[in-house]
Each structure stands twice: as C-alpha cells, then as structure tokens.
Design a protein around this ligand. Structure first.
Ligand code: NAP
Length: 565
C-alpha cells in the first residue's frame, strides 16, 4: 500500500509540529520535515544548537518522518556547509528518537568515501553494526526535465547496499513522461518513489499505488507545494480516492489545454465512488500553442497512441476531450469506427474517447477492438432542446458562435430537423462551418443551416437562441457581455428558449436578461452535466447516479464570488 507523506518546510518548530498534527488528522501516514531553513546557520549559534533544534522536532513529531536538508543546488534552500549537514544526519540516525528516513541526494552520497561512511553510520543496512532504525532514501531531482542519465542513476541507487529507498523526481514535459516512471516502479528492485513534477506530473502522484510506489507527497494547503504539481492531501484522498486505487484500477482523464479548472474529475470520481467502479479520473493536459497548431495535434496523437498501447496493466479506459483537442481527436485515425464515430466525423469534433469494459452490463475487460469516439456535447444539447421545445423538427434556432460547441449544436439540431441560423463574429467561419456540415452529411440532414449577420440577431425570430461563444463567461473575453442582445429585441413568446453553454457563472448576463422577461432558460451546467452523464454511461455501462453530478457542480460553483448573489 502506498503511503501519503506531507512535506513541511520548517521555519519554526512549533508551527511545523502543528502542521504535522493536522496532517495526521487528515490521514497522512508520514511527514517530511524539510529542515533547509531550520538548520541554516544563525547568529551566535553552535552547530550543536542547530542540530538540537532538528533533533527536538523529530522527537516531538506526531507521525513517523523523513528528515531532509536539501541543498540549493538540488532545488532546496540550504546554503550552508555540507559537512555540517551530514553531521546532522549522523546525529539523527544515532539519536534516541530517530526519524524513519533521511533523504540524501545521490550526488552528495557518491561525492566522497567520507560522506558515504558518515551517512552509513546513521542508517540501517546489511553491514550495520549499531542498533539504528533510520532508513536511507537516496534521491535525485531534476527541475528541468528527464535527466539524460536516469537509468544510470537508478542502477547506482539500487547498487548501494545502504540505500533502502530509491527516489526519482523530475519535471515532466508531457504526460508521457509519467508512463516511463510507472515502468520504473514496476521494475523496481527496492522500494521506490518515482514522481513527475509540474502540471504534467499529477498523474504520477495520484497513480503511485497502482504501480507500487512507496509513497506520494501531498500538501496540507494548495499554496504550500515543495515541488510543483503536488496535490493537496484533501484532493488526493477525497477527489482522487487514493486509498481505493489498486493495480487493477482503470484510468480515465480529461484531455485538453488547460485542464486545471475542469470540473470533470470532481463528477466522474464521485460517480465511480457511488457505483463502486474501480476507476480513477485524472487531468491529462496536452499542451497546445494555438488552436489549429499541427504540433499540438501530433502531440495528441502520440499521447493517445501511447496511452492506448500501454501494456502492463495501465488500463487506460477513456477520456473526456476539451478545448483545443476536440477537432484533433475527431480527425485521428486510431480508432475502431462505430456508429457514434460516424457522428463525430460529421460534427468534426469529439469530446469522448471510450474503451468498452462491459457488454450488456457485464465487464469484459480491455477490448482493443472497442475504442470509440463520441460527442456527448451534441447528445446533451439535443436532449435539453427536446425537453424544452415542443417540437425540434422545423423549429428555428439562432446559434451564436462557430467553434466546437456551435458545430455540435448545429449538427444535432439539423439532424432532428431544425432550421439553424448561425451568427458569428467572424462571418466567414460561420459559412465554413455550414459548408462542413453539408459536406459531411452523407446520410443527409433533414434540417437546414444558414449564416446570419451578427447585427440581424435581434430581429431574427426563433424558437431557441443558443450562445456557443465565451461571452458572459467569468475570466473570458467579455464577462459582462450579453451574447444575445435581449433588451434590443421585440417581445417574444414566453416559451422562447434561451440556452447558454457557458457554465460559469451559472446565471450569465444573457440568462439573467431572459429570466427577467419570463422566457425559458437552459444553463451551461445542465449541458455540462448531461454530457458528463453520457460519458459516464459509455465508460461504465451504468447510468450516472441520479442528480449527483448536478448537485456537485452547482455546489462547487456556488463557492465562487461570481455565483453568490
Ligand atoms: P471555440 O471553438 O473557441 O469557439 C469560440 C467561438 O466564440 C468562436 O466562434 C468565436 O468567434 C466566438 N467568440 C470568442 N470570443 C468572442 C467574443 N469576445 N465575442 C463574440 N464571439 C466570440 O470554443 P467552443 O469549444 O465552441 O466553446 C464555446 C463556449 O461553449 C465556451 O465558452 C464554453 O464555455 C462553452 N461550452 C460549454 C460546454 C458545457 O458543457 N456547458 C461544453 C462545451 C463548450 P470567432 O470565430 O470570431 O473567433
């Protein structure tokens, strides 16, 4: 079972001990005291005084601990003398209240026979004569990227008889770097900690138990990371359900750039928990310079291929896909085609990748012939429109925007026989979208599509108006903006529907104006929830727990200032 270790940057012992108690209360197995600053030389203090500060801290610790005094040249804050640092380790290991582990950099340990000898006196190893229990973690950190001599380092650590734990940490340049670390964990000869730093590395921290990692680091507070990309202990335990992850756990994720604000991990992990599904859902960021950039499409393809082909029980079972990779995903030629893949090609955007794990409700395991694409944005929009309009066939729909969401909305509305009027800031893009829709409609749409100059939106009478632009979105280009100028429009029948795909804030300026005039509204949370529920069903063969996703998203959004009235 992998442990959770909370790192504590110690400046003052009492505060550190309070944090260690809090870590214990939250469910941590151990803490790492980073004593770089505590052990730093201060005026008029002897080496013994400085060592006593650390020894007292360890003595009082409510949890077993790792003690690390990390030098600045390996990413730490200690600028003092190396011999003194080694003397500290020696004193700790041979004290009456020793730490469970000390962490010494491989580069330090291999620098001289003298250092090795001193460290070896303090730790438990096969030739140890003394009664010591502290175990040695030999570590290597690279904050730039994967070290070119990674294999050599791992061999060197494994070959050191005094090394009880191998620790490798480096900055991931893409989520593919995590996969190599998982291999290192699987091939380990000794207990091993293998973690990727940075936002691409979160997967390695969450999935450590799946591959037998000795521990993962999690912070007490979100702003307190000792290495970039660390989750908080609350996220690890409650969001990712760390304790339930085992070798057989299936891996799902959200692919996009950026994905840090996504609410998909919240809903899918909670859904898995509720139905007892052995799965975990993690962010899978794939960097993109710009939207139509060929490089980001290539990187998406390489990543998906590697996840898909990953052997050794990785069990990549599905992903949500978001901006800017929806179009790239639809154009990939990696997948078995099925009926929904055809629909994806027609829309030109995919938001779901899924691996079939069940057949009529029975789990069948990983089926390499059953890797499918879907666009649940489209099915969500269709369901919501069908529930709000008396008849979708022959209805008139005005759509704002010509991006991925607009494509899904236009395509599905036309399929159900609606006449769609597309207004976009860049009119040529609206025309291009319509051309694509007709081009890909080999089996024919029963509805029609037309461009609409944006200034004619207020005078175009319709049964439904759908905003598929980020206008009105918190943090977007025009958060106060009205995507559809309702105050400039003549009075409409009360059954007219105003649908905003933006979900933060829940009540956008456009929805507020529509509600004030008594029109029907559909908010972006309803769409988000419907598309997520459809994904969940594709992945598990079971309906998403009734109302769970909706309540989680509304509760989460209600914590933000823009949703507090
Ligand atoms: P996209 O592909 O980037 O398209 C954005 C569209 O918005 C483009 O047509 C763009 O016009 C237009 N636009 C951007 N800024 C604008 C501005 N300041 N004024 C007027 N028009 C502007 O994005 P997308 O994937 O379609 O997503 C669009 C919106 O849908 C997002 O805000 C997202 O919140 C929402 N969405 C919601 C869900 C959900 O589950 N609720 C799912 C998917 C999307 P140009 O062509 O002129 O650039």
């Amino acid at each position: 079972m992998s442990m959770i270790c909370v790192p504590i940057m110690v400046e003052e012992s009492q505060a550190a001990l309070l944090d260690a108690s809090l870590a214990q209360a939250k469910g941590a197995d151990l803490v790492e005291y980073r004593v770089d600053l505590l052990f730093e030389e201060r005026d008029d203090e002897s080496l013994q005084d400085r060592m006593d500060r650390v020894l007292d801290l360890v003595k009082e610790s409510p949890l077993p601990c790792i003690v690390t005094c990390r030098p600045h040249w390996e990413g730490g804050d200690y600028h003092g003398d190396d011999d003194e640092r080694i003397s500290l380790y020696e004193a700790l290991g041979t004290s009456d209240h020793p730490p469970a582990y000390i962490d010494v950099e491989l580069a330090t340990y291999t620098r001289s026979a003298n250092i090795r000898q001193k460290v070896n006196l303090a730790v438990d190893h096969p030739k140890q004569q003394r009664k010591v229990t502290t175990r040695l973690i030999l570590s290597s950190h690279d904050f730039e990227g994967r070290p070119s001599d990674l294999t050599r380092k791992i061999i060197a650590m494994n070959d050191e008889p005094a090394c009880a734990v191998v620790k490798i940490a480096y900055r991931a340049r893409s989520i593919r770097d995590n996969l190599e670390l998982f291999e290192i964990l699987r091939d380990r000869q000794k207990p091993t900690i293998a973690l990727c730093m940075g936002e691409f590395g979160l997967m390695s921290r969450v999935l450590a138990p799946k591959f037998g990692g000795l521990l993962t680091f999690a912070t007490l507070r979100s702003e307190e990371t000792t290495a970039p990309g660390q989750p908080t202990i609350d996220e690890l335990l409650n969001l990712y359900r760390f304790r339930s992850i085992t070798a057989t756990t299936k891996v799902y994720g959200i692919i996009g750039w950026p994905v840090t604000q996504s609410m998909s991990p919240l809903v899918h992990n909670a859904g898995f928990e509720k139905i007892g599904w052995d799965g975990v859902y993690v962010p899978m960021p794939i960097a993109a310079e710009q939207r139509d950039d060929a490089g980001s499409a290539a990187s998406l393809k390489a990543t998906l291929t590697q996840l898909f082909d990953e052997e050794n029980n990785f069990y990549f079972a599905g992903a949500s896909v978001t901006i800017p990779h929806k179009e790239h995903t639809a154009n990939l030629d990696l997948y078995a085609l099925n009926e929904s893949c055809d629909q994806v090609r027609r829309i030109g955007a995919a938001n779901t990748v899924s691996q079939l794990w069940y057949d009529h409700g029975d789990p069948v395991g990983l089926r390499r012939d059953g890797f499918y694409l879907d666009n649940t944005d489209a099915s969500a929009i269709a369901k919501l429109l069908q529930a709000s309009l008396s008849e979708l066939e022959e209805s008139k729909i005005v759509l704002l925007g010509a991006g991925g969401a607009a494509k899904a909305a236009a395509s599905v509305s036309m399929r159900f026989g609606a006449n769609v009027y597309i207004a976009n800031r860049t009119e040529s893009r609206a025309q291009k979208l319509i051309d694509q829709l007709y081009e890909n409609s080999d089996d024919g749409y029963i509805g029609t599509a037309h461009t609409l100059p944006i200034e004619q939106v207020p005078t175009r009478m319709a049964d439904a108006y759908i905003n598929c632009t980020p206008v009105g979105m918190t943090g977007g280009p025009d958060p106060e903006g009205l995507s559809i100028p309702i105050p400039d429009m003549p009075p409409l029948p009360p059954e007219t529907v105003f649908f905003d795909t933006v979900y933060n804030p829940i009540e956008t300026p456009m929805l507020k104006a529509a509600k004030e005039r008594g029109y029907r509204t559909i908010d972006g949370v309803q769409m988000f929830v419907k598309q997520a529920e459809a994904q969940f069903e594709l992945w598990t063969g079971q309906a998403a727990p009734d109302g769970l996703f909706d309540s989680l998203v509304r509760e989460k959004l209600s914590e933000t200032p823009e949703n507090q009235s």
